[in-house]
Design a protein around this ligand. Structure first.
Ligand code: PEP
Ligand code: MG
Length: 607
């Protein structure tokens, strides 16, 4: 394929935030072929021994990789290597490879043929989770054949200068090798938010953009590349102005990161003393460290799907409880909001029996799944309720579209609590309950919903998707996914007004909550809390501390009169310029104060 040399831009899925600038390294872990080689009959036994030795060596290698990964990202994430080990220990796989060797073929070809057969079978399966296992099998194939052929399989480890890795796909073990400072970021042709690579990239804090379709086959190794993991953009051979812009942004992010400690202890209050809660969105237990490090006041959204996406069977109550309780205990007394399952849409779990749907985002998703699979829902709720014993856990229902769904979910929650009480289990009887506002019909009945719950959390990712009718994962129409659409502002205003009329708080936990420009609008709208990827918190706190409530309220009044998103953005830009000046002022003040403190300390020491 002809490789392009001209400047080029790609858009993919922003899988892991951060900016990386560097040279491209093409890592093709898919397209390799093992030649068919005949062996004499007397070599068959030797070939079998060679194969078994290679398999054992790879198992050992994977186990040690799993152990070292466990230290970094915890047992839960590291367990992604278990299917690798299981496959290598599968007697049928060994037996079938032996059969081909017995037909006079070399071990590497025999194993290649068997794994290709398994991959073919997996490709026919509709289930996304099963199809994702193909990546694991390719990983195993690469490792075993490299061992047999005595070739180096450490291409990622052998990288000597920092690079941005481009690959058709990234396997879990590839990602585990990426903690090396030599890997600045990565871009893959396939994969989504639920793929292993994406999950681990976030946990390891490596910027990544996934699902960039043909990128790995279209670019030259060594090309200059910028990846913007916050927005999902990839720039190939960018011009010097673009490089400068991103170097600037990267520097700014690094400065903010460095001033983290200063900000950590400071409250997120506006210049006129209005407090806005800044909370974290997490998906794994292990992210608790990041929640604390970035100074979040709590967890505003614990997406609980992960357990149901990476394991072979539905997690049990004890496993879930241990996980949730660990998070609650580590963060107590900070609040932790656990959202019940949001499977379906783009999060396909093989645990849930489902048929392919024409419109998955409009289909059997989130609370609809929970209310159908009630036993599964009960187990999940039992774990969440039990984890509330320290009184800092809340539960939240996703994708509520009508009162009936909320009433039914609340009914099941009451049942679960009554049963736990009769069993003498410890829990918080006053555990707060919230709903996500992410469907326009829920906005329209917000005043009724508000009477039944303790808080709202606006899921802007879905609220925009369902209001503007734009599939949030379809990059062809991504330009229509418009957070500043005046219609969206009105929907949010209605939600905030309904909540406040019933004295309950409103959070925003969609991506909009971590968009600096949007923060001006959201605070002006009266949103009480923002919840986001932990690493975004310091920069958003910086903005909050420079906001003047009277100004942003005025901004919202004007924005609500706008006809187009463009007009809204223009207004925000104007206000943003003022806020930026204020940010500088606030920062200078802080640094002066720090300088004074330092001088006083030096004086007292010299006395
Ligand atoms: C949202 O829809 O904005 C949200 C936070 O939920 P998710 O992204 O998990 O659908
Ligand atoms: Mg949502």
């Amino acid at each position: 394929m002809k490789r392009k040399r001209t400047p080029r831009e790609y858009t993919g899925i922003p899988a892991s935030p951060g900016i990386a600038i560097g040279q491209a390294f093409i890592y093709d872990n898919i397209n390799f072929w093992i030649e068919e080689k005949d062996i004499p009959t007397e070599q068959v036994d030797h070939e079998k021994v060679r194969f078994i030795n290679a398999v054992e060596k790879v198992i050992k290698e994977i186990k040690s990789l799993r152990d070292s990964l466990e230290l970094k990202v915890g047992r839960e994430n590291a367990s992604i290597f278990d299917p690798h080990i299981m496959l290598l220990q599968d007697p049928a796989v060994i037996e079938e490879t032996f059969e081909i060797i017995e037909k006079g073929k070399c071990a590497e070809f025999a194993f290649f043929r068997i794994t290709r057969k398994i991959i073919k079978a997996y490709k026919r399966v509709e289930d996304e989770y099963m199809r994702e296992r193909i990546t694991d099998i390719r990983d195993i194939l690469r490792r075993v054949t490299s061992e047999l052929l005595g070739t180096d399989d450490t291409s990622l480890l052998n990288i000597v200068s920092p690079v941005i890795v481009f690959a058709p796909n990234i396997t879990p073990s590839d990602t585990a090798l990426m903690h090396s400072s030599k890997i600045l970021g990565f871009v893959t042709d396939t994969g989504g938010r639920t793929s292993h690579a994406s999950i681990l990239a976030r946990a390891l804090e490596i910027p990544a953009v996934l699902g960039v379709k043909t990128a790995s086959s279209e670019i030259n190794p060594g090309s200059m590349v910028i990846i913007d993991g916050n927005r999902g953009n990839v720039y190939i051979n960018p011009d010097s102005a673009t490089i400068e812009r991103f170097e600037e942004e990267k520097k700014k992010l690094e400065i903010i990161r460095r001033s983290l400690d200063e900000l950590k202890e400071l409250p997120a209050v506006t210049t006129d003393n209005h407090r806005i809660g800044l909370h974290a969105n997490i998906e794994f237990t292990d992210e608790v460290d990041a929640v604390l490090a970035y100074g979040a006041e709590g967890v505003g959204l614990y997406r609980s799907e992960y357990h149901y996406l990476v394991h072979d069977k539905a997690p049990g109550e004890e496993d879930l409880y241990n996980d949730y309780f660990e998070v609650a205990k580590k963060l107590a007394p900070r609040p932790v909001i656990i959202r019940t399952l949001d499977l379906g849409g783009d999060k396909i779990s093989h645990i849930i029996p489902s048929e392919p749907e024409a419109n998955p985002f409009l289909g059997w998703r989130a609370i609809r799944v929970s209310l159908t699979l009630k036993d599964l829902f009960r187990v999940h709720l039992r774990a969440i309720v039990r984890a509330s014993s320290l009184k800092n856990v809340s539960v939240m229902f996703p994708m509520i579209s009508c009162m009936d769904e909320l009433n039914e979910a609340l009914g099941i929650l009451d049942e679960v609590k009554a049963k736990l009480k009769s069993e003498g289990k410890d829990f918080d009887p006053d555990m707060r309950v919230g709903v996500m506002i992410e469907i326009p019909s829920a906005v329209m009945i917000a005043e009724h919903l508000a009477k039944k719950v303790d808080f709202f959390s606006i899921g802007t990712n879905d609220l925009i998707q369902y209001s503007v009718a734009v599939d949030r994962s379809n990059d062809r129409i991504a330009n229509l996914f418009e957070p500043f659409h005046p219609g969206i502002l009105r929907l949010m205003k209605m939600t905030v007004d309904a909540a406040h009329a019933h004295s309950i708080p409103v959070a925003v936990c969609g991506e909009m909550g971590s968009d600096p420009a949007a923060v001006l609008l959201l605070s002006g709208l009266g949103v009480d809390e923002l919840s986001m990827v932990p690493s975004f918190i310091p920069s958003i706190k910086n903005i909050v501390r420079s906001i003047n409530m009277a100004n942003v309220k005025k901004l919202v009044t004007e924005a609500l009169q706008c006809e187009t998103a463009k007009e809204v953005k223009k207004l925000i830009d104007k206000e943003f310029r003022k806020t930026s000046k204020e940010i500088k002022k606030v920062k200078n003040k802080r640094q002066k104060k720090k300088g004074k403190k330092k001088k006083t300390k030096e004086k007292s020491l010299s006395r």
